[in-house]
Design a binder for this molecule. Structure first.
Ligand code: RP5
Length: 167
């Protein structure tokens, strides 16, 4: 079963229909050498599994949870209410939803005392969730700090190259 695998980062999403976008998050984590635990867990359709996952996260060695969901996106918040580890929420645009604004508001508008670190809607947010998770882990893992410095340098060089290309 997926939950038996060990990793410091878990990527959970409300539906398999979220996978296409959340793959950006998973791939970015892998670029930093982190193979996350990946689960499909719904705050509404499988609330018992969401609770069990959150309650056992520390025991399973997880240090950061990334949760992506669309529509009434309560997954990140529901998990955050059951754990004190950092939870990063990725609002997703879902078919039949309101273009991601529904998920953004559902994810970001947490009551005082139970934060969800909410990133941008969609693929940009999925990538940033991974980078933010790495930044959190880098506080206690020097190697990740070095990888982050390389990542930023490559990003910088890429923009400089694009600028040169249009001169
Ligand atoms: C949310 O509802 C999921 O995160 C997904 O974004 C959305 C639609 O889910 P499906 O009907 O495609 O399973 O809970």
């Amino acid at each position: 079963m997926a939950s038996e695998k060990k990793s410091t980062v878990a990527v959970v999403m409300g539906s398999d229909s979220d996978m296409e976008v959340m793959e950006k998050c998973i791939d970015t984590l892998k670029e930093f050498g982190i193979k996350p635990i990946v689960r499909i867990i719904s705050a509404h359709r499988t609330p018992d599994v969401a609770a069990e996952f959150a309650d056992n996260a520390v025991k399973n060695g997880i240090k950061v949870i990334i949760a992506g969901a669309g529509m009434a996106a309560h997954l990140a918040g529901a998990i955050a209410g059951r754990t004190t580890m950092p939870v990063i929420g990725v609002p997703l645009e879902a078919k039949g939803g309101l273009g991601g604004l529904d998920a953004l508001l559902s994810t970001v508008q947490m009551p005082p005392g139970v934060p969800v670190a909410t990133v941008a809607v969609g693929k940009a947010g999925a990538k940033n969730a991974a980078v933010l998770a790495v930044q959190i882990l880098a506080l206690s893992e020097d190697k990740l700090g070095e990888k982050l410095a390389d990542f930023r340098e490559k990003q910088r060089a890429n923009v400089i190259e694009k600028d040169s290309g249009i001169q």
